[in-house]
Write a protein that binds this ligand. Structure first.
Ligand code: PEP
Ligand code: MG
Length: 325
């Protein structure tokens, strides 16, 4: 079985009825990049950059970040690389960055909120990302977006950094694509407005499930309530993808759900462009994709929208999956 999977690394990810899906890898270190390359991932759909900040006792310098981003861009040799800007706060803390204690850190000072407040940190990272964009197909993505203002503010900083680099004569891709994570219910609700501002969406189901259902993704006591297949979540996925399609922007999924075989007909039926997952999930998902028709998935979704509970939804999806086993 392992050998059969390996033989799929170079095979195009397409359903029998011709729907192509980009199967990317999520990476959070250079080590994980190796696996992504081995499995023939279409690119990196989510480069989590937190490790650069966590492995040190001070903020990483522009040169240090640039070296890493450039290395990854070069190794991907033209395949897309989506670099997500710093997503700390919540559960991820830095020893050297003293954040005040908060009653609700997940709802607090974190991610893009820190970056827009601490422009010095943000600009350093954006400079490094832009400079690396001269060496590959680099895109930039902002996490935890809740409003149009935040996207505009982030884009304004990017433009400012571009002007600086231009003045310094440092090469970068001036047409670098901008995207956002859709991982808050607010972002889902205004997805049509947000789509006017960016080149792509990537749906972060890990946080979206947590915030849609008000269930802490780390709290074991309520882990049975953490239900990616809750009808409320599925409706959010549907309306986000539809908004992206209406505006003609690229839409991917980069939460854990992207690599869940049960969810594959949901993505095919909704017609998402990209799925980015742990590198180990890429080949099993590709294998399943090669034998799952988009048309069957669309039919399944008609029934899925009628499911009242997560349990019913899962039952339907598991039946579909078994029939393909
Ligand atoms: C997500 O929230 O779904 C996601 C991909 O990002 P992270 O798991 O890093 O929060
Ligand atoms: Mg997230």
């Amino acid at each position: 079985y392992q050998n059969r999977l390996k033989s799929l690394a170079g095979v195009q990810a397409m359903t029998p009825d011709g729907k192509e899906v980009e199967l990317g890898a999520n990476i959070s270190s250079l080590k994980e990049l190796e696996v992504a390359l081995q499995v023939g991932a279409h690119g990196v759909g989510l480069f989590r950059t937190e490790f650069l900040y966590m492995d040190r006792n001070r903020f990483p310098l522009e040169e240090e970040q640039y070296d890493v981003y450039k290395t990854v861009a070069e190794q991907l040799a033209g395949k897309p690389l989506i670099i997500r800007t710093l997503d700390i706060g919540g559960d991820k803390q830095l020893d050297y960055f003293e954040l005040e204690e908060e009653d609700n850190p997940f709802l607090g000072y974190r991610a893009i909120r820190i970056c827009l407040d601490r422009k010095d940190l943000f600009k350093t990272q954006l400079r490094a990302i832009l400079r690396a964009s001269a060496y590959g197909n680099v895109k930039v993505m902002y996490p935890l977006i809740s409003s149009v203002e935040e996207v505009r503010a982030a884009k304004a900083v990017l433009e400012e950094v571009k002007r600086e680099l231009e003045q310094e004569g440092k090469p970068f891709n001036p047409a670098i694509e901008n995207g956002i994570m859709i991982e808050l219910p607010a972002a889902v609700s205004i997805a049509d407005f947000l789509a006017e501002e960016v080149d792509f969406f990537s749906i972060g189901t890990n946080d979206l499930v947590q915030f849609a259902l008000a269930v802490d993704r780390m709290n074991e006591k309520i882990s049975h309530m953490y239900q990616p297949f809750h009808p409320a979540v599925l409706r959010m996925l549907k309306s986000t993808v539809e908004a992206a399609k209406r505006h003609g922007i690229h839409v991917g999924v980069c939460g854990e759900m992207a690599g869940d075989l049960r969810a594959l007909p949901v993505w095919l039926g909704l017609n998402v462009d990209e799925l980015s997952m742990s590198a180990h999930a890429v080949l099993p998902v590709k294998e399943r994709l090669l034998s799952t028709c988009r048309s069957d998935s669309e039919e399944l979704l008609e029934r899925l929208w009628q499911c009242r509970t997560a349990e019913e939804t899962i039952q339907l999806l598991e039946e579909f999956k078994r029939s393909a086993d």
